[in-house]
Design a protein around this ligand. Structure first.
Ligand SMILES: NC(=O)c1ccc[n+]([C@@H]2O[C@H](COP(=O)([O-])OP(=O)(O)OC[C@H]3O[C@@H](n4cnc5c(N)ncnc54)[C@H](O)[C@@H]3O)[C@@H](O)[C@H]2O)c1
Length: 387
């Protein structure tokens, strides 16, 4: 079993350490903040204790997992690592510095991975003397529970580094999908309209937040409505992802952020964690009821879903990932009720194109441009899984 070194013992690093140690690897967890390291240790001990109490893990197995994790305060302990995964703050300069230092310590054979959500893997790899050993391994939060892992080769990455990493991640019981090194990879790109189109519907005054959330859950089958989910993620985090994706796509209007969300961030209404977001979570607060109008609800769901389908089709068109990986990513990374390309087939490709064209005619905005792939498929009478 190779040794796995993890840099950054925050939410993600701690979760990834648990995953790797559970799979039997000796793990080193490093952080430059000693408080973060002790928090990680406490958190992992607590998690193991709860798993044992709930009967999900034998006490002996839990003990073994904890013993396999070493908490270290310098990178020199990474000398014997076969894989190092970086999960520190999302800052390119700081990440590059860490990769440079790492390369001075690890062996020639060690694979270097970044868990970045939004930076380009090529730019991180460029900091290394052996960029062919660098790739993105993007876990979702919480890492022990979310099955999906996006694996992202940079243009510099050697094919065998990609293949070995895919094999390793799959041996950890994860669903690994391969994504091109482009902003948002698969999930954070394809999911943008789930938030963006819901915000747009709200801003246009077509429906209020409880009604949109009700439609998306009760009629659309999503686990959480967009506003409840944004409140849960935190508007600071969700807005930053949206803004970063927008900038990284050279300001493609399809990804334009919404003022409504920006104002929430500015006001400090960050969602659940601050007690207020779109909804009020303070004690004794009451929130408005949805208007349970099935016709309006159906229109809301279809407008958001067709935008998601269009985004998924475009990701396939631009070879961001394969058809199966795009559908897997959305069902396992963000628990969508159905793969979006599967959904497109069921709804009918021609119907998707008609809706996109109707939206485009109404708004005359590039945001609503139909993916060339959908249009071509409609003309040829093909589906993603049929024909
Ligand atoms: N939180 C998520 O939902 C999520 C999901 C997927 C990917 N990510 C990505 O994972 C990475 C980590 O995110 P997080 O949410 O765990 O952050 P976090 O703030 O919880 O933890 C980051 C940790 O890195 C440490 N750190 C900062 N600079 C360091 C350095 N130079 N050397 C060593 N340690 C350093 C900090 O002390 C902190 O403990 C980011 O790149 C983020 O984009 C986050």
């Amino acid at each position: 079993m190779i040794k796995v070194g993890i840099i950054g013992s925050g939410a993600m690093g701690t979760g990834i350490a648990q995953v790797a140690a559970t799979a039997g690897h000796p793990v080193f967890l490093y952080d430059n903040n000693p408080d973060a390291l002790s928090r990680a240790r406490q958190s992992l001990e607590g998690v193991m204790q709860r798993l044992v109490e709930k009967g999900k893990l034998e006490a002996e197995a839990a003990e073994g997992i904890l013993q396999r994790i070493g908490y270290v305060n310098n990178l020199y302990d990474f000398e014997e690592a076969g894989l190092a995964i970086e999960a520190i703050i999302e800052d390119l300069g700081v990440k590059k510095g860490v990769f440079e230092q790492l390369e001075d310590v690890v062996s020639e054979e060690c694979t270097l991975a970044s868990n970045t959500s939004s930076l380009s893997i090529a730019s991180i790899a460029a900091a290394c003397k052996k960029p062919e050993r660098v790739l993105g391994i993007h876990f979702f939060n919480p890492a022990p529970l979310m099955k999906l892992v996006e694996v992202i080769p940079a243009i510099q990455t050697a094919p065998e580094v990609l293949n070995q990493s895919l094999g390793l991640i799959r041996s950890w019981g994860k669903t690994a999908v391969v994504a091109k090194d482009t902003p948002g990879f698969i999930v954070n790109r394809v999911a943008r309209p789930f938030y963006g189109e819901a915000l747009r519907i709200l801003e246009e005054g077509l429906a209020d937040t409880p009604t949109i959330d009700w439609a998306m859950t009760a009629l659309g089958g999503f686990r959480m409505g967009p506003f409840t989910l944004m409140d849960y993620i935190g508007h600071d985090v969700n807005y930053t992802v949206t803004e970063t994706v927008f900038q990284s796509f050279f300001y493609d209007p399809r990804y334009k952020p919404a003022f409504t969300q920006k104002r929430l961030v500015e006001a400090g209404y960050l969602g659940r964690k601050s007690g207020r977001g779109f909804y009020d979570y303070r004690e004794g607060a009451s929130n408005p009821e949805p208007k349970r109008d099935k016709k309006l609800g159906g229109q809301i769901v279809w407008r958001i879903v067709v935008m998601l389908i269009n985004e998924a089709a475009d990701a396939l068109y631009w070879n961001i990932a394969s058809r199966d990986d795009i559908d897997l990513a959305m069902t396992q990374g963000v628990n969508y009720p159905k793969g979006l390309l599967q959904w497109a087939d069921e709804a009918g490709i021609a119907h998707c194109v008609d809706t996109m064209d109707r939206l485009y005619d109404e708004y005359r905005e590039d945001r609503y441009r139909c993916s060339p792939l959908l249009r071509k498929m409609a003309k040829e009478g093909r589906g993603f899984y049929q024909g």
